[in-house]
Design a protein around this ligand. Structure first.
Ligand SMILES: NC(=O)c1ccc[n+]([C@@H]2O[C@H](COP(=O)([O-])OP(=O)(O)OC[C@H]3O[C@@H](n4cnc5c(N)ncnc54)[C@H](O)[C@@H]3O)[C@@H](O)[C@H]2O)c1
Length: 253
């Protein structure tokens, strides 16, 4: 068990990469706190883990709201007594060019992706200082590349990489490591919304995106969860301020 006796908070754990990460962590012995803006999704995902013999609780919270962000760590401590791992995974997917975006678009995407990540971390860090720990921020290949009409989302994901390095520096004295993951295209509810928005079928979307990855396919959430597991665990004990590309070679060309 690679995460025996560890307590992990995972945001955006009601679906996609976050749910896969919560499942993977629980398989490796972690007690997991599944956070999602949707109580229904978080509850169902946590219920599934418990049915398979894991230890999981769910909490409905919008990470961009200060009080709700604080309540996440309070719930984790109340339930499990400590916090060792935090996976900041929840995200807003507003994708617009600078010309297209209104102030409200920028406010929404930056508030959830940048400020939300910061707030959840802010309230978890004091509890992690006791024993050291690992924070994993879900960035994206979009953190480091341009994509058409993605300025809002990509700017927020770029900020997450910089925040990761700043957090790593500030928290190193407390043996809290902070790293980021940069996934390529992964099949989730978010990408399903994307192909529907573009008026495409799933097959059309995969057909357009798979060849952009060297491996000529898109990713599965579990392939990202496996890297979150490595970064969350002590196996990555000499890693901090790093970002790991998990993009099937998309950005390697
Ligand atoms: N899917 C991809 O292709 C892809 C690629 C690169 C990076 N990512 C990143 O991976 C992470 C997960 O993406 P996904 O594709 O699994 O998304 P998803 O939409 O399938 O799941 C995200 C979950 O986060 C929840 N959520 C959204 N806003 C929230 C908020 N304010 N507070 C709490 N929960 C909230 C949603 O309800 C949802 O259950 C995101 O950070 C995303 O930017 C995804």
């Amino acid at each position: 068990m690679r995460l025996a006796n560890k307590v992990a908070i995972i945001t955006g754990a009601g679906a996609g990469i976050g749910e896969a990460t919560a499942i993977r962590f629980a398989e490796e012995g972690a007690k997991v706190v599944l956070v999602d803006i949707s109580a229904e999704l978080a509850g169902a995902a946590a219920g599934g883990i418990c049915e398979r013999g894991g230890r999981a609780v769910s909490i409905a919270a919008d990470i961009s709201k200060n009080d709700q962000a604080r309540a996440i760590s309070e719930a984790a401590i109340k339930e499990f007594g400590s916090i060792h791992i935090l996976v900041n995974n929840a995200a807003d997917f507003t994708t617009k060019s600078v010309e297209q975006a209104e102030v409200a678009d920028w406010e929404r995407v930056l508030h959830v992706n940048v400020i939300g990540t910061a707030l959840v971390s802010k309230y978890a860090i004091p509890h992690m200082k006791a024993s050291g720990g690992s924070i994993v921020n879900m960035a994206s290949m979009s953190s480091i590349i341009a994509q058409p009409n993605f300025a809002t989302y990509n700017s927020s994901k770029g900020a997450i990489l910089t925040m990761t390095k700043c957090m790593a520096l500030d928290l190193a004295p407390f043996n809290i490591r902070v790293n980021a993951i940069c996934p390529g295209c992964v099949l989730t509810s978010a990408t399903e919304r994307e192909w529907k928005r573009m008026g495409q079928t799933k097959e059309q979307w995969i057909g357009l995106n798979a060849p952009l990855h060297m491996l000529n396919r898109v990713g599965d959430p579990r392939e990202i969860a496996n890297v979150a597991l490595f970064l969350g665990s002590d196996e990555s004990s000499f890693m901090t301020a790093a970002h790991v590309m998990v993009d099937g070679g998309y950005t390697g060309r």
